[in-house]
Write a new protein. Structure first.
Length: 271
């Protein structure tokens, strides 16, 4: 990949193993929207971005090198060699998934946003998840020129469950408040979770009401960059039962989260 600065934009040229549509619309993040021009737009970490892909070139509009290097490069996991990882997958089903849906990357999202978003995702569908998160941001985030930021845990921790009625999250409201309070008072210490061994990190997140095994694994994968996480939803459960009744293939050891995302997207779209 070659990085160029063109007319106040960052252009990632010859960018292999990066498909922005698959990456932004495969169920790991809920705040990206494709506009009528085919550009993707969203706010992450308080930063607004519009980007588009033409072949293997990806353009990030109105992004300085400082913002790219300081935020977006890590957000899109662009320092990780996905080609080398995928080449090690010698399982036939996984090779098929990677070839049919190439270019999915694991987003490195804000830890609190990931925890909150996947609490909202429990027993929910993607359109409704997106609607709840949009209302959460509009009512409690900070307004910017291009939309609303995701509200901080500190802001949400000061609310009552009744205050969240406006976002129409149902039974999840009490879990959102509990998560915000425990993170704000460091009963669940995000900085500590970043460095703990995987099982200990997961157990920290399980202290939050409404965070079970799947939500904890999702938060660790999509928020903390723990690519050894392996979230299991209904689709992944079917994959494991159908293809791997004797256990996951050894070739994915250490990168289970990347393999999971390919298998999940492949199985969900397989007719």
């Amino acid at each position: 990949m070659h990085i160029a600065c063109e007319n106040d934009n960052i252009v990632l040229k010859d960018c292999d193993n990066f498909n922005i549509e698959l990456t932004l619309d495969c169920g790991q993040s809920f705040r990206w929207v494709k506009n009528e021009s085919g550009d993707w737009c969203g706010i992450a970490g308080g930063n607004y971005l519009r980007l588009r892909q033409d072949g293997n070139d990806v353009t990030l509009y109105n992004v300085t090198p400082e913002i790219y290097n300081g935020f977006w490069k890590a957000y899109f996991d662009l320092d990780r060699d996905y080609k080398s990882i995928i080449e090690k997958y010698d399982d036939e089903s996984l090779k098929t998934a990677c070839s049919e849906y190439p270019g999915i990357r694991i987003l490195k999202q804000d830890e609190w946003e990931a925890i909150c978003s996947f609490i909202i995702s429990a027993n929910n569908n993607i359109p409704r998840i997106k609607g709840i998160i949009e209302r959460l941001c509009e009512n409690f985030g900070t307004k910017t020129e291009n939309g609303y930021t995701f509200p901080s845990a500190e802001v949400i921790s000061k609310l009552q469950v009744e205050d969240l009625a406006v976002i129409r999250s149902g039974f999840r409201a009490k879990y959102i408040i509990d998560a915000a309070q425990k993170i704000s008072n460091k009963e669940v210490d995000i900085e500590k979770v970043k460095t703990l061994p995987f099982d200990e990190a997961k157990n920290e997140l399980l202290k939050i009401k409404g965070v079970g095994e799947k939500v904890a694994q999702c938060a660790l994968l999509y928020g903390f960059g723990r690519i050894e996480a392996f979230p299991v939803d209904v689709w992944v459960k079917r994959i494991v039962e159908e293809l791997y009744p004797d256990g996951l293939p050894q070739c994915i050891k250490g990168t289970e989260g990347i393999a999971q995302q390919y298998l999940f997207h492949w199985r969900r779209n397989k007719q």
